[in-house]
Design a protein around this ligand. Sequence first.
Ligand code: FMN
Length: 330
Amino acid sequence: MAGYTSLAFRLCVRQNGGLGLATTDLVNARSILEGRRRAAELSETCPEDRPIAIQLYGHVIAEMTEAARRMVDQGATLIDINMGCPVRKVVRSGGGSRLMCEAEAATRLVAAIVLAVEPVPVTVKMRLGWDAQSLTAPQLAAAFESVGAAAVIIHGRTRAQGFSGTVNRDGIRAVVEAVRSIPVIGNGDIRTLADADRMFRETGCAAVSIGRGILANPFFPRQLDRWARTGDPGPDPSFAERLDMMRRHFHGLLLRRGEFYACLQFRKTLKWYAHFTRMPKPLYLELINLSQASVFDEVLARVEAAGPTAPLPGHADPRIPVPAGPIDKW
Ligand SMILES: Cc1cc2nc3c(=O)[nH]c(=O)nc-3n(C[C@H](O)[C@H](O)[C@H](O)COP(=O)(O)O)c2cc1C
């Protein structure tokens, strides 16, 4: 998830256990080729960060194939192509969900990337279609399978829906029914085991992909994995585990990106951690304008000493600010 799922965060979630595959934020293929610092930061990975999908966006075949090759050299376990992003900057340039309107061009793009990085698997992340009148995901998934895509990940909304409304599981099922044998991975609004169970049952998908639900509970993969294997998710993470996750996340950011960035980035996720750990409000307020690592450590020690102020929730409120208003203005 652009802006949230840094390498530091992925490493923490992996340590928590149960994670099958993680994906980087979307990275612009051209920016990789131009050697831009931002692209390097977004696609940063390391040997402990495996298996990892590096997600590319763009629509120019030569750029996408060359960027994909470089990402494989950098350690990508698989290359994921973004055909779901709804924001204007991405779709205006012909990438993201815009590709769902160009079946032939999108299929040529997938075919070229498959050839360029063979035998590394190539997957496509997409929505159900551009809008309710144009639900192209089933047809596209079948076409991508025929040119060698290894799997598709379907967010059960259209581009026109943005992040509003609810996920359309029938739409995901239509994709499952359209492909021959590749796995279809169901995505959207999965926060609890019951949500995951429903996604599996109602769509017939082979796996689930989770975005915001991981920020709401970074231990969710561990619980899902255990539940899938044994039928029992095991206990919720303890207070100590939740605080430890917060510390590892902050210190991972600090180590990789320095104090200024770590503090800024951490402020973005603080609200969920505050809810997830039920820390006392005055201590939350001390962290809200965090600008020094020493303050983080000192306040966390006090959070630990104080203990939770209420029973710990299974997951935090996962409301992430997403663009609002007319979608063509995003
Ligand atoms: C802030 C934010 C950033 C996102 N960035 C990406 C991205 O870079 N690539 C991508 O494929 N999807 C991205 N998504 C979409 C999510 O991966 C996911 O498809 C969507 O949020 C629905 O799933 P969820 O309810 O589990 O979050 C993003 C979503 C949010 C809220």
